[in-house]
Design a protein around this ligand. Structure first.
Ligand SMILES: [Cu+2]
Length: 519
């Protein structure tokens, strides 16, 4: 693939920080159009179109994975080899430039990439138009002219208190609130949440009532599930970068029938439930969901088709057996919110290692029943020394401890992983417990009495994933095994405003026989 950087001119996004977090009527400024009194950010306006492409979900040699610092300037080309030695799946490619990915992707540097294989083809699923339709869902904000009319100018607006930007308008394949005409047939929708920060919980409605039974999920980030799954009763949750392969049955609907796809997830998303039956009442401008509408469907005349859905979709993977994980290296990562003077809090990560008996500094204690493990922070920033050297072919268990109030979608480059568990925790962090590197926290593996989440793994998450939601008050464990390529890769939060501000770290996959020679 020859990537030719033909960007020219200024960044086609006005970037601004509004002076206040809410407007005169108390509505968060992030979610109203226009600049809300902010001035265009000059540093962003001066960006000159450097880019680097990451194929998200790709089993890609490190040299072509889109390391965030390996930039191409306008006029510089890059030839990347994508061997595609992987199963059929919906991938996406997007800009991944250090520090400014949020602007590049917001400006439009993102696209879909579908891998096919014979085994999937043998299932006879819809392939290509008209019955297979990709749906790239994103939120966008726009400028206003002097008369208060939308101009179409893209606006990335934050406020003085937080670094995420949640925009009010949902676009699907680049269009605000589109309407798709469908025949009374089964459609296959390849859905990606390509938003910077917003999580969607999608509910299909007809006449104000949810019709979730029309939806069957057959695939996730890295392709087909083992068996078809119902989406959760509250709706299909997709955080940034998560994908879903859906079969939606419009048969039995007469011409003129209309359905709507709504989002019931307020922002920032924290995993809190919202019943699908109340979806028609989901609008909540105060919680940055002014317009739940995502898109509409209108049924037109056509032959009724309703193919049977195979009961078994894939047999090429299974959850690793417990004995395959005995002795597997365990890596522990804390997700933390660090308070800063005079600027928004910083969401970041801490790689934790077992603290030796001689360690006297700050520790994170994790107490599971009678056993307490003491950890110290070994790395925090992207440029800190690498601490993760996974051995090719060997399973590892990564545990992600969320010590923040919001859900973070954590993406690991290279091979897919499987979710092993989500376990409720309660924790305490003392005042100033989160320092530049060190962290003090006491984590206990038991439910916090105020915790409203069920911390389950949904059926549609039991596939091969590359992005996992780590909810508040939770430790999420994943089993990952890197198989094919050695080299330097990244893992990070896929809230782009978090990734750009250091919620990203390297890891180096290493052949086993090299380990004795690693210093
Ligand atoms: Cu995050």
């Amino acid at each position: 693939m020859a990537w030719r950087n033909e960007l020219d001119g200024a960044l086609p996004v006005v970037v601004t920080t509004a002076p206040e977090a809410a407007d005169a009527s108390g509505v968060p400024v992030q979610c109203v159009p226009g600049l809300s009194g902010g001035t265009p950010d000059r540093d962003a306006a001066a960006l000159a179109g450097h880019t680097v492409v990451h194929l998200h979900g790709g089993l890609t040699p490190a040299a072509y994975d889109g390391w965030a610092e390996n930039l191409s300037a306008p006029g510089q080309d890059a030839v990347f080899h994508y061997p595609m030695g992987q199963r059929a799946a919906l991938l996406w490619y997007h800009d991944h430039v250090m520090g400014v990915t949020r602007f590049g992707v917001y400006a439009g540097l993102a696209g879909l990439w579908i891998i096919r294989d014979q085994r999937e083809r043998d299932l006879g699923l819809p392939e290509g138009p008209p019955f297979e339709v990709p749906l790239l869902i994103q939120d966008r904000n726009f400028g206003l002219d002097e008369a208060g009319r939308l101009t179409g100018q893209l606006v990335h607006k934050t406020d003085p208190e937080v670094m995420e930007a949640f925009a009010p308008f949902t676009v699907v394949n680049g269009k605000v609130w589109p309407l798709l005409e469908v025949e009374p047939a089964t459609y296959r929708f390849r859905v990606l949440n390509g938003s910077n920060a917003r999580t969607y919980r999608l509910v299909l409605l007809r006449d104000g009532e949810p019709e979730m039974d029309r939806i069957t999920q057959i695939g996730t980030d890295h392709g087909l599930l083992r068996t078809p799954a119902r989406v959760p009763p509250d709706g299909l949750v997709l955080a940034s970068a998560e994908r879903a392969d859906l079969l939606v049955d419009f048969s039995g609907l007469g011409p003129g029938s209309e359905l709507t796809l709504l989002n019931t997830a307020a922002a920032p998303f924290d995993g809190a439930p919202f019943p699908a039956a109340s979806a028609h009442n989901a609008a909540d401008p105060g919680r940055m969901l002014p317009y739940p509408h995502v898109m509409g469907f209108r049924v037109v005349e056509g032959p009724v088709t309703r193919p049977a859905i195979p009961g078994e979709l894939a047999t090429d993977y299974r959850l690793p057996a417990p004995d395959a994980l005995v002795g597997a290296p365990r890596r522990t990562i804390a997700l933390v919110e660090r308070e800063l003077e005079g600027e928004p809090n910083m969401l970041t990560m801490r790689e934790l290692v077992i603290a030796g008996d001689d360690h006297t500094g700050p520790v994170v204690t994790v107490t599971d029943r009678q056993q307490t493990t003491r950890y110290r922070s070994a790395a925090a920033h992207f440029e800190d020394a690498t601490t993760f050297f996974p051995v090719l072919g060997r399973y590892e268990v990564w545990q992600l401890i969320n010590l923040t109030d919001d859900t973070h979608p954590i993406h690991v480059h290279l091979d897919p992983f499987q979710i092993l568990s989500r376990r409720p925790i309660r924790y305490q962090i003392p005042e100033h417990g989160i320092e530049d590197l060190a962290i003090t926290a006491a984590v206990t593996l038991e439910r916090d009495p105020d915790d409203k989440l069920d911390h389950t793994i949904d059926d549609n998450e039991r596939g091969l994933k590359d992005t996992v939601r780590v909810n508040p008050n939770e430790i999420t464990e994943i089993a990952v095994r890197f198989t094919t390529y050695s080299g330097r890769y990244m893992y990070h939060c896929h809230i782009l405003e978090h990734e750009d501000r250091d919620m990203m770290r390297p890891f180096v996959t290493t052949p086993a026989e090299f380990m004795p020679f690693m210093a």
